[in-house]
Design a protein around this ligand. Structure first.
Ligand code: IMP
Ligand code: MG
Length: 462
């Protein structure tokens, strides 16, 4: 068949697919059709993450796992078709300075490549790339063909984003995230649940986007962390299976850190994970009945003293200003009331309330928003306890959209060892260990808020 006929046939196939398939099925079909029509070794669709920092192989054909696993191409250092929105052809991939991983291209047997931008409404959201085994100069009609295929994919992607947003499925800011259109097969149900939790807090994630060779030279055993969170540039590994695997995983994480010092990774054990879910009333620990509370952990006097100190620090910091204290209901009400009464400066206050994970909605909902206008004002976000940091990150992003003059965070308790999302706390009452705490406003399923002190929750034996 003549090349022109092959192009018409392939574009017809991709266009029909765009009309009938969800994007995650269209993409693999389209990259294969494009590769076959061009007569190249492989083809790949790379999409930008929500922060536009990375490109992720979303669908590919004819490429080895190792090549795809290089994943997470740095968008800034990648071919400029992504930054400039124009097609780019590379004749010699092994020497061209525009290649981010020339050695991998060589191992893969790639001589030349062509990249064209994928656009949605004029905005570049990714790249469609063709890889040739033999050195090849791509002709205009070939560039036009790949660009047209990319246009169809962009149109389909735009429609998918619109549909998802209309159905309320896509959290804000992640409308075109590769994680939404990439076929994901989770190895374990806990991973799927974890992904839902991240979706809920509007934290973009990618499942197993990159494999790290654990021996210098890139051969031998590979380690593929479960999640990557582009906005935090953080990898997460969940070890929810047998505890015996934990040691092995810990060893791998140590190796990884030694070989790739720039990579940030956190390991979540079964226990960490169960406790995380229990907080939202899910998982095995949530079913355990609380027997009561352990001995006093922070007594009323100690709390009162520390709250007075915090109020003094705040009063000094905001001398001559009238900050707005914002509390997130409901745990914060005791702390907020005491803090407020010890301020020596004028202050206003307001409250917000948000839905928690597991309350049906797939994303956080603000169930009560601010009544005061905080634009141009100093805001002090008052929190009872900061655990993973996911709630705080969400609230801060929300408040920032109102253009306050500044936001400082004042938290009574900081459970720093459990932090997943780095948020900076400006005023902290006490750093606390990884225990579930109740009292002084903090609850376990709405109980124990009325205790005048803070205590550790004691789960029942069975
Ligand atoms: P984060 O989003 O994981 O930081 O969760 C913060 C919220 O979880 C807090 O505002 C509390 O409502 C709740 N929380 C976290 N740890 C505890 C605890 O030990 N006792 C009671 N509530 C907690
Ligand atoms: Mg709270």
């Amino acid at each position: 068949m003549a090349q022109a006929d092959r192009f018409v046939e392939a574009l017809g196939e991709i266009a029909r697919g765009a009309n009938s398939l969800p994007f995650r099925l269209l993409a693999p079909m389209a990259v294969k059709a494009a590769a076959v029509a061009l007569g190249v070794r492989g083809c790949s669709l790379l999409l930008l993450t929500a922060g536009h920092k990375r490109l992720v192989h979303t669908a590919s054909y004819g490429l080895s796992d190792r090549f795809r696993a290089k994943g997470l191409v740095d968008a800034k250092r990648s071919l400029q078709e992504v930054t400039e929105g124009q097609p780019v052809a590379i004749l010699d991939a092994s020497t061209d300075p525009r290649m981010q991983f020339p050695e991998l291209a060589e191992q893969e047997g790639i001589a030349s490549l062509l990249g064209v931008p994928v656009k949605v409404g004029g905005e570049t959201v990714g790249s469609l790339r063709a890889y040739s085994r033999v050195p090849r100069i791509f002709h205009d009609r070939e560039v036009d063909f790949l660009s047209t295929a990319a246009d169809i994919l962009g149109t389909a992607l735009g429609r998918e984003r619109w549909q998802r947003q209309r159905q309320g499925k896509s959290p804000r800011g992640t409308g075109l995230s590769p994680s939404l259109v990439r076929p994901v097969t989770f190895a374990h149900p806990s991973e799927e649940e974890f992904a839902r939790l991240l979706d809920f807090y509007e934290i973009e994630w990618l499942y197993e986007p990159r494999s790290f060779p654990l021996e210098p030279g890139g051969r031998g055993e590979m380690f593929t962390p479960d999640f990557y969170l582009p906005a935090l540039d953080l990898y997460l590994e969940l070890t929810t299976q047998a505890q015996s695997l934990l040691r092995e995983k810990k060893h791998k994480v140590r190796l990884l850190k030694a070989l790739y010092p720039e990579v940030k990774i956190k390991l979540l054990s079964r226990r960490d994970y169960d406790r995380l879910l229990a907080k939202y009333g899910h998982g095995p620990l949530a079913r355990a009945k609380a027997e009561g509370v352990g001995p006093v952990f922070l007594g009323r006097e100690r709390i009162a003293r520390r709250v007075r100190e915090l109020a003094k620090e705040l009063s000094q910091r905001y001398q001559g200003e009238t900050p707005v204290l914002v509390g997130v209901l409901r745990g914060v009400f005791c702390f907020m009331a005491d803090l407020m009464r010890h301020l020596s400066i004028p202050a206003e206050m307001d409250f917000m309330s948000i839905s928690y994970y597991g309350e049906k909605s797939p994303a956080v909902k603000i169930t009560k928003d601010l009544d005061l206008d905080i634009s141009g004002r100093h805001v002090v976000l008052v929190e009872d306890i900061v655990d993973t940091g996911m709630t705080l990150r969400f609230i801060i992003a929300h408040l920032n959209r109102r253009h306050p003059k500044g936001i400082a965070v004042c938290a009574l308790l900081d459970k720093r060892v459990r932090r997943l999302v780095d948020v900076s706390l400006d005023f902290v009452g006490f750093e606390v260990p990884d225990e579930f705490l109740v009292g002084y406003g903090l609850d376990y399923r709405e109980k124990f808020r009325n205790l005048p002190y803070v205590a550790v929750l004691k789960p029942s034996e069975d």
